[in-house]
Write a protein that binds this ligand. Structure first.
Ligand SMILES: Cc1cc2nc3c(=O)[nH]c(=O)nc-3n(C[C@H](O)[C@H](O)[C@H](O)COP(=O)(O)OP(=O)(O)OC[C@H]3O[C@@H](n4cnc5c(N)ncnc54)[C@H](O)[C@@H]3O)c2cc1C
Length: 440
């Protein structure tokens, strides 16, 4: 066995990347292995809290975890991996600023996650926005409040009506939570906008299937639809977005209207790095994995999470794969970390096996749905379970305390409805200063 320390390169510092690095950093001494984590962002994002960050229930900074703070024994590089050469065992890092460079590895973990699964719908690329990153959550919060500011400051007319139409496409739990939390926040904010009547706001959910939230049972999904309808969300099932050119929304049921807000939450697909990287990929662009999380067809490469096709050993169907979820990602990272250590030690690898426990979703303050091990829960109890579960899961004690402090403060003070629209155009004031004549 070689005495040289092995270099373990982890591509992506999200759920899988960060938890894998956490798992191994204390258990492999520098003499045994060097662990390098590469991500374009210096933080891991706890995505289940994005809807609450958008709604202002949690401070956005508290739903991200600084990688350099938690991975003290790893080398953290900020940059995007653009290519992998599994023969020479090298990755190419496009640093964003500066020259791209190559980095060799002995063992590679590819955990680049997923991106929004878009469709070639006219106008979507120009006017739509996804809901996967902290930047998108902050943008949407500011944007929704800015539309209320605009509407409250202008007479009724096409531009005002357009500002008050909010469209979400895709009824998975992430989309439903984002829609419900943002609408809840906007409804609350209306107390400060007497010029806008609640009935003037229009929130539309467009879903191509005949039901929402495939992750839960039909009865819980239809309960959720009823709760959304109760709060005046216009739920359109079996309906597709046909066009969004210039913000003119055209639906397959013939409805046409204008909107300044189009949020696309219609599922995810494996990160395109996989299919462009030189690594094997399946028909959906995922890395084909064995149950022990090694990638088929290449040596020394591991994967897990949203970008990996991992067999689901808990199902009878031998072709079943684990779905993209934090639940699998965190547990896979544990097995992956242990298998990296086993590989370094020359030991046999273990398989990943976990039966999906269910889903919890918040539908705005004090409302939620949960289905855990087949048990269905609704209303405030489900909302409480949602919060308790995610508080227990958000990484680091520091973030748990901060999120809890945010929620506690919200009990005693009114909800924050500040729109920091200037974040979207930070140079505007300086441009005005430059355009004005110089002072005498
Ligand atoms: C709004 C929302 C709510 C959700 N709620 C839940 C929930 O309640 N329960 C649940 O189980 N799941 C939930 N999920 C899904 C869950 O967050 C994902 O399944 C999980 O994040 C997948 O982990 P991952 O490590 O594969 O990817 P990620 O956590 O997305 O990490 C991928 C990382 O790779 C990095 N990366 C990308 N490209 C490159 C590159 N070229 N080079 C280097 N690094 C790169 C990214 O910056 C990112 O940090 C939710 C998702 C969203 C969007």
């Amino acid at each position: 066995m070689s005495t040289e320390p092995k270099r373990i390169v982890i591509v992506g510092g999200g759920y899988v990347g960060m938890y894998t690095a956490l798992r191994i950093q204390g258990r492999l001494s520098p003499g045994r292995a060097e662990v390098v984590v590469i991500d374009p962002q210096p933080n891991m994002t706890y995505q289940p809290f994005l809807p609450e960050a958008a709604a202002g229930s949690v401070e956005p900074r508290h739903v991200v975890v600084p990688l350099r703070r938690v991975l003290k024994k790893c080398r953290v590089l900020t940059g995007a991996v653009t290519a992998v050469d599994p023969v020479r065992r090298q990755v190419t890092v496009g640093a964003g600023e500066g020259e791209a460079y190559e980095l060799g590895y002995d063992l590679l973990v590819v955990s680049a996650g997923s991106i929004a699964r878009t469709l070639p719908i006219p106008g979507l690329a120009e006017v739509g926005i996804g809901f996967k990153t902290i930047g998108e959550a902050i943008f949407l919060r500011n944007h929704v409040l800015s539309r209320l500011d605009f509407a409250a400051s202008n007479e009724d007319g096409p531009a005002r009506r357009r500002a008050l139409n909010f469209v979400f496409v895709g009824g998975g739990y992430a989309g439903i939570e984002a829609l419900a939390e943002l609408q809840d926040m906007a409804r609350y904010a209306l107390r400060y906008y007497p010029a806008i009547k609640p009935g003037e706001m229009r929130w539309v959910l467009v879903e191509a299937a005949d039901r929402i939230m495939p992750e839960v049972s039909v009865s819980l999904a239809s309960y959720t639809v009823d709760r959304l309808l109760e709060t005046d969300i216009d739920v359109r099932l079996s309906t597709r977005l046909n066009s969004a050119v210039g913000g003119r929304i055209e639906l397959s049921d013939g409805e046409k209207f204008e909107s300044d807000t189009l949020v696309w939450t219609a599922g995810v697909k494996a990160h395109p790095l996989i299919s462009s990287s030189g690594l094997p990929s399946d028909e959906k662009g995922r890395l084909p994995c064995r149950a022990n999380l090694t990638v088929k067809g290449v040596e020394g490469v591991f994967s897990a999470g949203d970008c990996a096709a991992v067999p689901d050993l808990s199902k009878r169907d031998p072709t079943a794969l684990c779905g993209p979820s934090a639940q699998h990602a965190v547990r896979q990272a544990k097995v992956l970390g242990d298998n990296l250590i086993r590989t370094v030690n020359g030991e046999a690898l273990h398989d990943y096996r976990h039966a999906y426990a269910g889903s919890v979703a918040s539908l705005g303050l004090y409302r939620g749905v949960a289905e855990l091990y087949g048990v269905k829960v609704r209303g405030p109890l489900a909302w409480f379970i949602h919060r308790t579960y995610h508080l227990s899961r958000v990484p680091t004690f520091n973030r748990k305390v901060r999120v809890l402090a945010d929620w506690t403060a919200a009990l005693f003070f009114r909800r924050e409805v500040v729109s920091l629209g200037q974040l979207q155009a930070p140079r505007k004031e300086f441009d005005i200063a430059n355009a004005s004549p110089p002072a005498a």
